[in-house]
Design a protein around this ligand. Structure first.
Ligand code: FE2
Length: 414
């Protein structure tokens, strides 16, 4: 049974949550603490899987409490409930909380968020992923530029100039970030030529994630046995998925994060190709022999796929938690409850469309939409809309191909 701790300085709010989630007591062991100090005492008495805290509390506020919990119990998932008036405080909470929920939060939203957090936690605790992460050994660290950037964006005094200044010192990263910003994924009306403008247009978080995308493809170098075209094909596919994401009816507030998730969604393949080349080559052979997809081959050989491996790694590197979740489930989106057409559903649809269009264009048998994909779309309530999504995706990919031909440029963005 998952252990969940709710923290607030007002007992009547905690009573409200207790009543709201009354039916969930059979699946969750829910505890309630009044204030930060009481919450830390409760954690000392027994480890919690999830802690959900109010932001504004006298004495120890929510961000401080979750910071202590992160340091003392790193595997505990941390959520924060924050009111509209707490905008400044929330900036601090983002650094320590897995997710920020706005107050008042209704029962179904709270239930779905806890459920999603617990699913991801379980996924990352499976023996399969532990074995693979163990056999990968030490993960490569990200560049000094990215590390400095990640620290700088959480500084209260961070300015656009200081963030841009850090990236500017790394010529390769600067070039890649500007290339991606101007690639059309973000729908900017004019060409961005300076990093400071890029930060101004897209915000510090997105710029940080773009820097991470650039780094991820630098630190994992595929084994010499892997076909030379692998990296290029993978990056082209990531780019196509990101272009398709742009055409989906996503809320503006989550579109940039979804584009990021699309650019990084198959990074787990790169991890396998560089750190577990024997298994990676075995999966490629299995695909050829049985005509199955990469995920099926990986799951058959390893028990898990590149989706969970990539998400786990990106989670360790601190990428946006919604993107981590979407990447973890991009081949099995029905593992989690969905709230409308969210990031996870969008990434699944975009990667499915890219695969289908690719299979059609290259006459690849067995890579078309499967019965299980159709069932998945039906469960997500997206089966009817899928043909319209396909039409928009094709239009966008054709436009992109035409402009690439005109410019005679390359497609490799990462
Ligand atoms: Fe994938």
């Amino acid at each position: 049974m998952k252990r969940i701790l709710f923290v607030d300085d007002e007992s009547n709010i905690l009573d409200g949550i207790r009543r709201m989630l009354y039916a969930d007591r059979i699946r969750w062991d829910m505890q309630f603490a009044i204030g930060g100090e009481a919450a830390l005492r409760a954690c000392e008495a027994g480890r919690f899987d999830v802690v959900i805290s109010d932001m504004r509390m006298p004495g120890m506020d929510g961000a401080t409490l979750l910071g202590h919990i992160r340091d003392l119990y790193p595997s505990t998932a941390r959520l924060i409930l924050s009111g509209y008036a707490d905008a400044n405080l929330t900036t601090r909470a983002v650094a320590v909380a897995y997710r920020v929920l706005s107050k008042p939060c209704d029962g179904p939203e709270l239930q779905a968020t806890i459920e999603r957090v617990c699913t991801l936690q379980d996924l990352f605790c499976t023996p399969g992923i532990r074995r693979i992460i163990g056999s990968i050994g030490e993960l490569p660290s990200l560049s000094r530029t990215y590390t400095a950037l990640a620290l700088a964006v959480h500084e209260p005094a961070a300015s656009m100039a200081s963030v841009a200044g850090i990236i500017e010192q790394d010529i390769a990263m600067s070039a890649k970030v500007l290339q991606i910003v101007n690639s059309g994924f973000f729908g900017l009306a004019q060409k961005v030529t300076s990093l400071q403008s890029a930060v101004a247009f897209l915000g510090m978080d997105t710029i940080q994630n773009l820097a991470l995308a650039s780094d991820a493809f630098r630190v994992f170098v595929p084994d010499p046995r892997i076909p030379k075209t692998f990296c290029e094909t993978m990056q082209q596919r990531a780019r196509r998925v990101a272009l398709i994401v742009r055409t989906l009816p996503l809320d503006k507030t989550v579109r940039d994060v979804t584009v990021m998730a699309a650019l990084l969604h198959d990074v787990g393949m790169l991890v396998l190709a560089s750190k577990m080349p024997d298994e990676f080559c075995a999966a490629l052979s299995l695909m050829q022999e049985h005509g199955c997809g990469q995920v099926e081959a990986e799951e058959q050989l390893l028990g898990i796929s590149h989706a969970e491996i990539g998400a786990y790694l990106l989670g360790l590197w601190g990428i946006n938690s919604l993107a981590v979740e979407a990447i973890a489930h991009h081949h099995h989106p029905t593992r989690i409850p969905h709230s409308g057409f969210d990031i996870s559903a969008a990434l699944y649809v975009a990667s499915l469309l890219a695969r289908e269009i690719d299979a059609h264009a290259n006459d690849l048998q067995g890579r078309e939409i499967s019965k299980s994909d159709l069932a998945c779309l039906e469960t997500l309530g997206l089966l009817q809309q899928f043909p319209a999504f396909r039409e928009c995706a094709l239009e966008s990919l054709n436009e992109d191909a035409n402009s690439a031909t005109q410019e005679n440029g390359t497609n490799s963005l990462l």
